[in-house]
Design a binder for this molecule. Structure first.
Ligand code: ARG
Length: 562
């Protein structure tokens, strides 16, 4: 039983007017732990009992069964419970030492699949910071759900289909240079795409040609197909360099093109269910009953759209993975699209639409200004990551010149800094992309948490520490007690973060744990000979284990030395 439940049970035995559940709702955490660990406010009883809250609190504190607690006292209108620190510290440390990396895990998911639509850049277009956010948030959520017993399926729903690829083929055939594309695929293809869009304004026939080439592509024309495949694979070479730096893998790269031959079925189902309506030659699904704009399913020239492919995708995912949850991680500007998607699926009669969620996130700025290609306020991802790694390397060289494996540690710190900064932000908020702030060893950063972990490992190495699950631990001081309470919370924090699709909860947890450990470290001579030494080392070890695991959940690595 957890501590709060125990408190509620003891109180319920004293208080006639409230049951355990109601008491549980009223319990608070005192502002300072000097006041206790769990508090019951007696205000709500004053009216029924016709006594002052402070009197009630005193009566309860005197009568209550205190077994298992250090003490129970009344402070003003509150009954304050002090947990038995020594006993609880011992139990938590031993359970961490025994469970190791599985500490905090649960089997809520029972192996069910959760499909995570993440990253999903558009081929022949730059990988944006939005795609970075989707990648790191998606990866963290996958780790969190795996920790809760689900099987996460990471899906990169590449934007590799649509009329723009017809245009790109036309542009390449007119002005393209094979060697240039091979040397710099995305920037060359982007140039071609920008150029054809400009020239189209005076030469409308280009638009028509683009349409024709896309039609050829849809029908499997050899030349069109080969060019498209080449654009796609060259783009993926670039994307994969980024994924490799980030250490993120996918279970599927089935993008929009994969659903080219799976949309007819969607149209047929929509027709059979009488959901398709004509509107100026196009086919739409009316969504007025959902207070949404109609979903455009097929244009007048027969071309399908983003949402048509997403309908086919959702159905395919249900059939292939039988998902318990199907989530999509994109910027919040796509909220309208996903609302329409769910609404159409609901109209089609699929009850599993309730297991789908769009997980939106906020906008990244640079120099506090909106990113804009036109105004030159852009973030080129690959060079930026490389820059973060090289800055990390300089910092490490200054702090610890003899560090073995410097380059790998620099990658872990540089990449970890970017990821952590993104993930500590409440998902719906944006943030300013500031490498210096990200890489700082002070403040709420990845390097700060990584450094706390590395420091712990250095202590453990000096002590030649071997964790012993049979041993008993005895810690009484208030600083270690704060750490024990945070450690105890891990599993609940993981569950909360997953339920809210909010990795920032884990990032904040890791910062809090690291800060408390650093405080402890500043005041305690962990390595000094004393009867408490083994327990201090166990506390350090357990803290390191949980810090590393929290970072792992965020997709951030923890170097042993830095
Ligand atoms: N490719 C899209 C973009 O860059 C994101 C795709 C999101 N996933 C989806 N199934 N629609 O905006």
């Amino acid at each position: 039983m957890n501590q709060k439940a125990l408190v509620a049970q003891r109180l319920a035995a004293q208080i006639e007017n409230l049951d355990e559940a109601a008491i549980l709702d009223l319990l608070e955490t005192p502002k300072s732990s000097d006041l206790g660990d769990i508090a019951f406010p007696a205000f709500s009883l004053a009216k029924v009992l016709r006594k002052a809250p402070a009197v009630i609190a005193t009566e309860i504190a005197e009568a209550i069964d205190t077994t298992g607690f250090e003490k129970v006292v009344a402070t003003g209108p509150y009954v304050n419970f002090f947990l038995d620190k020594v006993d609880m510290g011992d139990r938590i440390l031993r359970s961490i030492i025994e469970a190791k990396e599985t500490y905090g895990a649960q089997n809520i998911g029972q192996g069910q699949n959760i499909t995570i639509d993440m990253s999903s850049p558009n081929i022949a277009k730059p990988f944006s910071v939005g795609h970075l956010r989707s990648t790191v948030i998606g990866d963290a959520l996958a780790n969190l759900f795996n920790k809760l017993g689900y099987t996460a399926v990471r899906i990169n729903h590449l934007g590799d289909w649509g009329k723009q690829f017809g245009l790109l083929i036309v542009a390449y055939k007119l002005w393209g240079d094979k060697a240039a594309v091979e040397a710099n695929p995305i920037s060359e293809l982007l140039k071609l795409y920008v150029r054809i869009n400009e020239e189209m304004e005076t030469k409308p026939e280009l638009d028509e040609q683009g349409r024709e080439w896309f039609l050829k592509l849809e029908q499997g024309d050899k030349e069109a197909w080969e060019l498209w495949e080449w654009f796609r694979s060259e783009s993926l070479v670039e994307f994969n360099r980024i994924y490799k730096l980030l250490h993120v893998d996918f279970d599927s790269y089935n993008g929009e093109a994969f659903y080219n031959d799976k949309m007819d079925e969607i149209i047929e189902i929509l027709e059979a269910k009488n959901l398709l309506e004509e509107s100026r030659g196009a086919s739409i699904v009316d969504l007025e009953d959902f207070n949404l704009n109609p979903a455009l399913i097929k244009k007048s020239d027969g071309a399908t759209l983003y949402i048509t492919r997403d309908l086919a995708t959702a159905l395919y995912r249900k059939r292939t993975y039988d998902f318990a949850k199907n989530i999509y991680i994109t910027g919040h500007e796509q909220s309208g699209h996903f609302a329409q998607l769910s609404a159409v699926l609901e109209k089609m009669g699929y009850d599993w639409v309730n297991d789908m969620s769009h997980i939106p996130f906020g906008l990244v700025t640079k120099n506090k200004k909106k990113l804009s290609t036109r105004k030159g306020n852009i973030i080129l991802l690959e060079p930026t990551i490389v820059e973060a790694i090289s800055r990390a390397e300089q910092q490490i060289a200054a702090k610890n010149p003899d560090l073995p494996n410097k380059e790998e540690v620099a990658r872990q710190v540089g990449v970890g800094a970017i990821k952590f900064y993104d993930l500590k932000t409440d998902r719906m908020n944006g943030y300013d992309f500031d490498l210096e702030a990200m890489l700082s060893f002070e403040g709420e950063t990845g390097p700060y948490v990584q450094y706390a972990y590395a420091r712990i490992q250095s202590i453990l190495r000096k002590a030649d520490y071997q964790a012993d699950p049979e041993a008993h631990y005895h810690l009484e001081d208030s600083e270690s007690w704060e750490i024990v309470k945070i450690l105890q919370d891990f599993s609940r924090v993981i569950e909360r973060a997953a339920n809210q699709f909010e990795p920032s909860i884990i990032a904040k947890y890791a910062i809090n744990l690291a800060q408390h450990f650093n405080k402890y470290y500043a005041h305690t001579r962990i390595l000094e000979e004393s009867p408490e030494r083994e327990s201090r080392l166990a506390l350090s070890y357990a803290t390191g284990l949980v810090l590393k695991e929290a970072l792992r959940l965020l997709g951030v690595e923890a170097p042993e030395q830095m």
